[in-house]
Design a protein around this ligand. Sequence first.
Ligand SMILES: *[C@@H]1O[C@H](CO)[C@@H](O)[C@H](O)[C@H]1NC(C)=O
Ligand SMILES: *[C@@H]1O[C@H](CO)[C@@H](O)[C@H](O)[C@H]1NC(C)=O
Ligand SMILES: *[C@@H]1O[C@H](CO)[C@@H](O)[C@H](O)[C@H]1NC(C)=O
Ligand SMILES: *[C@@H]1O[C@H](CO)[C@@H](O)[C@H](O)[C@H]1NC(C)=O
Ligand SMILES: *[C@@H]1O[C@H](CO)[C@@H](O)[C@H](O)[C@H]1NC(C)=O
Ligand SMILES: *[C@@H]1O[C@H](CO)[C@@H](O)[C@H](O)[C@H]1NC(C)=O
Ligand SMILES: *[C@@H]1O[C@H](CO)[C@@H](O)[C@H](O)[C@H]1NC(C)=O
Ligand SMILES: *[C@@H]1O[C@H](CO)[C@@H](O)[C@H](O)[C@H]1NC(C)=O
Ligand SMILES: *[C@@H]1O[C@H](CO)[C@@H](O)[C@H](O)[C@H]1NC(C)=O
Ligand SMILES: *[C@@H]1O[C@H](CO)[C@@H](O)[C@H](O)[C@H]1NC(C)=O
Ligand SMILES: *[C@@H]1O[C@H](CO)[C@@H](O)[C@H](O)[C@H]1NC(C)=O
Ligand SMILES: *[C@@H]1O[C@H](CO)[C@@H](O)[C@H](O)[C@H]1NC(C)=O
Length: 544
Amino acid sequence: MLKAGAAAALAVVGLTGQMMTVRAGLSGWAPCPQYGNLSCAYLDVPLDYHNTSAGNGQLLVVKANATGERKGTIFLNPGGPGVSGLSSLATDGEALMNRTGGAYDFVSWDPRGVGPYTYPGNVYCIADDEYASFWNGTVEATGINEIGNFTNQTDIQALYSQAPILDKKWKELGDRCLSGPNATTLGYIGTAATVRDLVGLADAIVGKNSTINYWGLSYGTLVGAWFINMFPDRVGRVILDGVLDATRVASAQSYQLWSDQLGAVEDAYTGFATACALAGPDGCKLAPSANSTTQDVVNVLNGAIKLGHDHPVQNHLTILRATMYSSLYQPQQWAEYGNELLPQTIATVENGTAESANSLTKRDAVYTQNSYTEAAVVCADSVDADPSVNTTVVFDNLVDVIRTVSPSFGALFPVPWQRCSYWPVRGTERFQGPFNGTFAHKVLLIGNAYDNATPFKEAAHMAEVLGDQAALVKQNGFGHTTIYQSSACVTDIITAYFNDGTLPSGTSSNPTVCAIDDDVELFPGVKSVDVVAQVGATDLSDRD
Ligand SMILES: *[C@@H]1O[C@H](CO)[C@@H](O)[C@H](O)[C@H]1NC(C)=O
Ligand SMILES: *[C@@H]1O[C@H](CO)[C@@H](O)[C@H](O)[C@H]1NC(C)=O
Ligand SMILES: *[C@@H]1O[C@H](CO)[C@@H](O)[C@H](O)[C@H]1NC(C)=O
Ligand SMILES: *[C@@H]1O[C@H](CO)[C@@H](O)[C@H](O)[C@H]1NC(C)=O
Ligand SMILES: *[C@@H]1O[C@H](CO)[C@@H](O)[C@H](O)[C@H]1NC(C)=O
Ligand SMILES: *[C@@H]1O[C@H](CO)[C@@H](O)[C@H](O)[C@H]1NC(C)=O
Ligand SMILES: *[C@@H]1O[C@H](CO)[C@@H](O)[C@H](O)[C@H]1NC(C)=O
Ligand SMILES: *[C@@H]1O[C@H](CO)[C@@H](O)[C@H](O)[C@H]1NC(C)=O
Ligand SMILES: *[C@@H]1O[C@H](CO)[C@@H](O)[C@H](O)[C@H]1NC(C)=O
Ligand SMILES: *[C@@H]1O[C@H](CO)[C@@H](O)[C@H](O)[C@H]1NC(C)=O
Ligand SMILES: *[C@@H]1O[C@H](CO)[C@@H](O)[C@H](O)[C@H]1NC(C)=O
Ligand SMILES: *[C@@H]1O[C@H](CO)[C@@H](O)[C@H](O)[C@H]1NC(C)=O
């Protein structure tokens, strides 16, 4: 762990020359680890805001300087949970800067539970060299072998035969977490503490009792929904982008949230396949011919899924599904997925050797990283475990999600939500509502029409809950959160909001709709607006 620099109050000269007082607890800014083009500092924080005798933690704080004349600071949480603020500002800082006219510093941080620089950082429960043997022979290691609507009795029995095994393993995982190196900090890494860290950061960087500008992406919208209701007087300009329904997190058993997450994923997948078909084989290798249909592209992928199912090797089938799912997050990468990553993955499934499986496994960090950060955060925030929920109940839900919400992606397994019934700890503080506070400033909710991980209906529900305290904008495009496709309409809304607080009139039942810019392409020669028009015209009613 890196150590904080001088903790005493010191002064730093800002880009525009004015003096900015930095208060006790924040070290001086220096080039970031890995990314010298960003500035980093450390902030000391209490591990437990309600019990200072618990000692201190330390956050890695990262800043992308405003590129134009500076008007203030926007704090960013990039989501996950588990995503590093450092790597996010490095990759997405330019897109965020573009949407705010370069007039704001963006400040993010590696939240509790994340990475090697923040303490408490990554969550380890099983030693690296024990990890493979711990899960060996379980469905955690192999993934779920199923296809179509999961009606094959052999597959169903194979899954349910794993329920008593996972009941034991998930309990044992909890025991290991409680006897491992991170046992004493597990209660401190939830979202309420992260909200207090955000406020502490603003106190240190902007000033005590300052209003706080904030942009939350994905799970960062949960941080946002908790923040605005825990600190209504501190609300400056707040954007929740790719909105998670905070009321569900506060009321549902966590495993039930998988169904929420996948609410629009089949539509997003239809968009990907449609765009690929329109590109043809010259633009997208998954398209079999120059006049391929959306279904032709889906059939190519389904062929690989069937092969992976019929000739199971390690977790090939899950890796294929995970790669397909990953492709949907960032539409500017669709061509790379359609021409490289997915064809390579299909070739490996076709090859069907264990050796090639290993190389695939390494590529998908989600299934190999041994840190339990995601589970630790979502389970810390989760409602108390219902003792009647065991793995059989989780599997019943999973089968239902596959059949009624997403046959293509429902079987991705495991997802962190599903672990919470056996996770041994809840956060020392949780915020469970109400979410309909009255804030110092109104907030802006935005989301994509076809978001694979936060369906727009979650944004619409949060807009309903927030009532006249929020405006709702729908960006008529693809990807997870709005930042991977540009829309001058959305940029204008954001810029006006930060300039003078102006918000559009969009409401829960009647959101303001913005088109993606006409020049945005998904594959060479394939415009996003044309694909949106086709997906919008497809009858997707049976998937809601
Ligand atoms: C950002 O601005 C600060 C002054 O506020 C300066 O010290 C730092 O070098 C700048 N960082 C980068 C990466 O340009
Ligand atoms: C900062 O550096 C990283 C890594 O070298 C690079 O990927 C990124 O594009 C750079 N960002 C900017 C704004 O220059
Ligand atoms: C930011 O805007 C510039 C100028 O319009 C554009 O060239 C660039 O691609 C944009 N970058 C991102 C990441 O949106
Ligand atoms: C877990 O322990 C490792 C190793 O000591 C440490 O780097 C990490 O920050 C700890 N994480 C938590 C959540 O305590
Ligand atoms: C997994 O179990 C099989 C069969 O019992 C054994 O051959 C293999 O070595 C085990 N692998 C690991 C990583 O423990
Ligand atoms: C799955 O079920 C739906 C609805 O019952 C049906 O429309 C679809 O054809 C089924 N898919 C498969 C692959 O059997
Ligand atoms: C069911 O799946 C198994 C493999 O998991 C396969 O061997 C069997 O042929 C399938 N049955 C049907 C009716 O498709
Ligand atoms: C904090 O700011 C609010 C609004 O600007 C003000 O009403 C309040 O008195 C301030 N509190 C303190 C302790 O300064
Ligand atoms: C277009 O599709 C038809 C079948 O629907 C096929 O016979 C024909 O060869 C295709 N044309 C091209 C250029 O691929
Ligand atoms: C299958 O994978 C193995 C191991 O990576 C490789 O040596 C072999 O060339 C592959 N075979 C084909 C047909 O791609
Ligand atoms: C799992 O829970 C269900 C419903 O609560 C119950 O019927 C079943 O007996 C439980 N299974 C085990 C193995 O405890
Ligand atoms: C806020 O939400 C709570 C809980 O859902 C509800 O009881 C209350 O009536 C709401 N208040 C307003 C002003 O809508």
